[in-house]
Design a protein around this ligand. Structure first.
Ligand code: TRP
Length: 326
């Protein structure tokens, strides 16, 4: 069975774009692969966090993942900082990656441009991400296209470590899902749906109630033509609705387009499909939210499973690099 790993930061709530673009795919993969999903709280502290907020957001993200279909009995969900091997391994990898390589990371250039205080951790972030992946001998890393560069770097780091110190890490491959559910902002359909876009009306949260979902989809930006067809360039708003409707009902956007000639019914059906898609997610989340001790228990079990694997890999790395055994 292939080992699959992908992490997510505990920042904000999951939205429909995260769900249709990534998390739903993770929920499918767990049945055919040995899947690991850390909530990467140590990556979150590369930028300043409210201390009271971080733990709460970490628990909430874990609950959202479980609500969205990641089953802690089937895959391994855990909190990154609960497995201390990540930080120790990250140090060894920071010493295996060059300043020049880290300087070329586009996510660093983007993020550092938006920070007043650029922490050293923000710069070395990709080495921690490499540790997340390499500690588990992951074969595949399902990520968005924006993470491809980090996974390539992870491979380079692993190869360099192996060639300097002997076979230690397995080389992972990025798996970027083929185009499909690219969910755009409902108000600005040329931008990806995103929590950072600061467009609450354009973003459907996976925990939105049915009336909020319907309202946002009904007021989605379309265009002044009247025909329904899938044409991302000429009709970004309508095409986005078709993508969402298609993804929610297991069809391509072109197939979905065949059923409509007017915007009103398209919006009504898209709203209904999304409401039904998210209804069980919202219900399951409410159960988990009502019992935080149970989520914590599940996360402790996840961390235990993760640690067993991470500790063995770290031991191999420590020994191969030549650190004196205690
Ligand atoms: N850097 C990733 C992001 O911004 C999150 C992440 C951290 C991750 N560790 C990972 C993704 C390991 C995949 C594998 O989305």
């Amino acid at each position: 069975m292939a080992r699959v790993l992908s992490g997510i930061q505990p920042s904000g709530d999951l939205h429909l774009g995260n769900y249709l673009g990534a998390i739903r795919n993770w929920a499918r993969i767990q049945h055919t692969a040995d899947a690991f999903h850390p909530v990467v709280d140590l990556h979150a502290v590369t930028v300043p966090q409210e201390p009271g907020e971080l733990g709460r957001a970490t628990l909430r993200m874990s609950q959202m993942l479980m609500a969205a279909g990641l089953d802690p009995d089937v895959c391994t969900i855990f909190v990154q900082s609960h497995v201390r091997e990540h930080t120790e391994c990250a140090w060894l990898l920071e010493c295996t990656v060059s300043f020049g390589e880290l300087s070329r990371m586009t996510q660093f250039k983007d993020k550092s441009g938006r920070q007043q205080f650029i922490s050293a951790g923000l710069f070395t972030y990709p080495a921690l991400q490499a540790a997340d992946i390499l500690l588990y001998d992951a074969d595949e890393v399902p990520v968005g296209a924006d993470q491809r560069q980090h996974i390539e770097l992870t491979r380079d780091i692993a190869e360099r470590f192996n060639s300097r110190y002997g076979e230690t890490f397995r080389l992972p491959a990025a798996v970027v899902p083929a185009a499909g559910a690219r969910v755009m902002d409902l108000q600005t359909p040329t931008d990806k749906m995103s929590k950072s876009l600061d467009s609450p009306r354009g973003t459907v949260d996976i925990l939105d109630d049915p009336s909020a979902i319907a309202r946002k989809i009904r007021s989605a930006v379309t265009d002044s033509e009247a025909d329904v067809r899938y044409d991302v360039e000429a009709k970004p708003g309508v095409s986005n609705l078709l993508s969402i409707l298609g993804a929610a009902t297991g069809r391509t956007p072109e197939e979905a387009a065949g059923d409509y000639t007017m915007y009103g019914p398209l919006k009504a059906d898209t709203a209904e499909a999304v409401v039904e898609l998210l209804r069980p997610v919202r219900a399951r989340f409410a159960e988990l939210e009502a019992d935080p001790a149970e989520t914590s228990r599940l996360l402790r079990i996840g961390a235990g499973k993760a640690r067993a694997i991470a500790a063995a890999t770290l031991e191999r790395a420590r020994s191969n690099i030549g650190l004196l055994a205690p």
